[in-house]
Design a protein around this ligand. Structure first.
Ligand SMILES: Nc1ncnc2c1ncn2[C@@H]1O[C@H](COP(=O)(O)OP(=O)(O)O)[C@@H](O)[C@H]1O
Ligand SMILES: [Mg+2]
Length: 249
């Protein structure tokens, strides 16, 4: 049932989420709220449960216990496509780009997916919408290029463009900067910061701490499936348990 969200209600509410694989508890009683337009950093050592949490939010995984509330609605029973329609986008969840298509064509496919099959919009209108997203992402000059000719950083940008095509209220970026050079990391970071804001909250998972520090209004650190720290970036980074989790004991 959809309950109209109060003006100050969080965009996303994770309620006592637990996810196990066999006997192994990957997420252990995790509760957190993300507000509308928030830039939220998610950190933690390898295997701490970050991607599992993302999967529970996107719908790729069902939790054993707990709930995911989005815009006041309990979306826990919904499959990924229905969560996508409600505004949850994950940069790597959407199918890989079609290499033989141009950047523009790829984005038009993503727009079709977002609209559902029975779109009444004309091709010209979709083309315009796709071009406006490409301009926002800084890929307008590559619109007619085949996807196969894009560089690594351009491909990451196209992934973000495809996520943007779904009209998200929450964009989740799971290690979108892995393997990029320092200047490319800055480029993608600037882009993510420009996309976030009034209407789009972003959860960014990243190993590059400088990037997390610069990006995040709040940071949450997971260790062995539990929240060990949450708060302003500098505070979380200075937390003894966080430092211990990263350095090992
Ligand atoms: N489908 C799965 N089946 C079994 N174990 C899994 C599965 N997915 C994740 N895990 C385990 O859950 C733990 C958390 O994984 P993950 O959420 O991917 O961590 P992170 O993204 O923080 O590196 C890891 O120990 C991982 O091996
Ligand atoms: Mg991961």
């Amino acid at each position: 049932m959809t309950v109209p969200a109060a003006p100050d209600a969080p965009l996303l509410r994770i309620d006592a989420l637990t996810k196990s694989f066999g006997g192994f508890v990957a997420l252990n009683d995790v509760s957190v709220q993300v507000r509308k337009g928030e830039r939220f950093g998610l950190i933690g050592p390898n295997g701490s449960g970050k991607t599992t949490l993302v999967h529970c939010i996107s719908g790729a995984l069902r939790p054993n216990k707990g709930a995911v509330i989005f815009g006041g609605e309990d979306v826990t029973p919904l499959p990924p496509n229905q969560r996508s329609r409600r505004g949850i986008a994950r940069s790597f969840q959407i199918p890989r780009p079609f290499r033989s298509m141009t950047v523009l064509e790829n984005l038009m496919v993503a727009l079709d997916f977002a609209a559902g099959r029975e779109t009444l919009e004309s091709t010209a209108h979709r083309r315009e919408a796709a071009m406006s997203i490409l301009a926002r992402i800084g890929l307008a000059a590559k619109a007619e290029s085949p996807t196969a000719t894009l560089t690594q950083v351009e491909l990451r940008k196209m992934e973000l463009a495809r996520a943007m095509a779904t009209g998200p209220k929450l964009l989740i970026s799971d290690e979108a900067m892995a393997g990029l050079s320092t200047s490319e990391v800055d480029e993608v970071l600037d882009l993510l910061m420009s996309l976030g804001g009034d209407d789009i909250a972003i959860i960014m998972i990243e190993h590059i701490m400088q990037a997390v520090m610069r990006f995040s209004q709040r940071v949450m650190c997971l260790d062995a499936g539990r929240i060990i720290a949450i708060g302003p970036p500098a505070e979380v980074m200075a937390n003894a348990r966080v430092q211990e989790a990263y350095l090992g004991t």
